[in-house]
Design a protein around this ligand. Structure first.
Ligand SMILES: Nc1nc2c(ncn2[C@@H]2O[C@H](COP(=O)(O)OP(=O)(O)OP(=O)(O)O)[C@@H](O)[C@H]2O)c(=O)[nH]1
Ligand SMILES: [Mg+2]
Length: 220
C-alpha cells in the first residue's frame, strides 16, 4: 500500500462556501484516466462532512451519472447529467449554459457546499471556464505513458491540482514515476501534483485533505 504523495504546494486562499454559494470544482482529463472514480471517492469520503452535489458531462449518454447512482455515492437527486452532444470541452468552457443550469437546479434543491463537475473525457487541451468552476483538478493516468506530463497543455500546467492516477499500473506499463514527478514539477512551477491509485487506496486521503484546504464553510 503506497501513500499519496504531494509535490508542490497550493497557492489559493480558501474559498468561502455557505448558503447559496457552493465551492465548484471541475474534474477534467483524458478519457478513462479515473475522473469518475475520483468523483466517487470524494463523495464517499466527504458526504458525511459536507452537503455535496455532482454534475457529469458525457457526449452521448449519462453513463457517468448512472455509474455514480448505481454505486450509491450520493442520493440520486444530488447527481445531474449533462449530455454535451459535441466536443466535451465545449460544454465546460465555451457554452456553459447547460452546466450552469444543472448547478442552479442542484443549488435550489440541496444548497450544496461543494459541487463536483466532471468533464467528459477529452484531450490535453480541455479546461473549464472560471464562470463555471472556482478550481480545477486535472486527472492523468500512468497508463497513458510517463511522457504525458511534459507534453503540457493547460490542464497539466495550470490546473489547481494535478492528480496522476493508477500508479499501481506503473510496473505493468513500464512508466517511470520519477520522470513523471520531475516533469510535472518543472511544467507546473510549484502547483501541486498528487500521485495516487484509486484502485489500491480509494480513500485518497491527500486529495481529500487538499480539497478541504480549499474551502471554508460559512455557517448559515
Ligand atoms: N488499475 C487501476 N484502474 C483504475 C484506477 N482508477 C480507475 N481505474 C479504472 O479505470 C477505468 C476508467 O475509470 P473512470 O473513472 O471511468 O475514468 P474516467 O476518466 O471517468 O473516464 P471517462 O469519463 O470515460 O473519460 C475504470 O475501469 C476504473 O475502474 C486505478 O487507480 N488503477
Ligand atoms: Mg467518467
Amino acid at each position: 500500500m503506497h501513500r499519496d504523495e504531494l509535490v508542490g504546494s497550493h497557492t489559493h486562499a480558501p474559498i468561502a462556501a455557505g448558503p447559496g454559494r457552493a465551492l465548484r470544482v471541475g474534474i477534467g482529463g483524458p478519457v478513462g484516466s479515473g475522473k469518475t472514480a475520483l468523483v466517487a471517492a470524494l463523495c464517499r469520503e466527504l458526504r458525511e462532512r459536507l452537503s455535496l452535489a455532482v454534475v457529469t458531462n458525457d457526449i452521448y449518454t449519462e453513463e457517468d451519472a448512472e455509474f455514480l447512482r448505481r454505486h450509491g455515492v450520493l442520493p440520486d437527486d444530488r447527481i445531474r447529467a449533462v449530455r454535451t452532444g459535441c466536443c466535451p470541452h465545449t460544454a465546460i468552457r465555451d457554452d456553459i449554459t447547460a452546466n450552469l443550469d444543472a448547478v442552479e437546479q442542484l443549488t435550489a434543491l440541496h444548497d450544496p457546499q461543494l459541487v463536483l463537475v466532471e468533464s467528459g473525457g477529452d484531450n490535453l487541451t480541455a479546461t473549464f471556464s472560471y464562470g463555471l468552476v472556482h478550481l480545477q483538478i486535472f486527472v492523468l493516468d500512468v497508463a497513458g505513458g510517463d511522457k504525458v506530463p511534459r507534453k503540457g497543455g493547460p490542464g497539466v500546467v495550470r490546473s489547481d491540482l494535478l492528480v496522476i492516477n493508477k500508479v499501481d499500473l506503473a510496473p505493468l506499463v513500464g512508466a517511470d514515476l520519477d520522470v513523471m514527478r520531475r516533469d510535472a514539477q518543472r511544467v507546473r512551477e510549484g502547483r501541486p501534483t498528487l500521485f495516487v491509485s484509486l484502485r489500491e487506496q480509494p480513500a485518497v486521503p491527500d486529495v481529500v485533505a487538499w480539497l478541504l484546504g480549499q474551502l471554508v464553510v460559512v455557517a448559515p
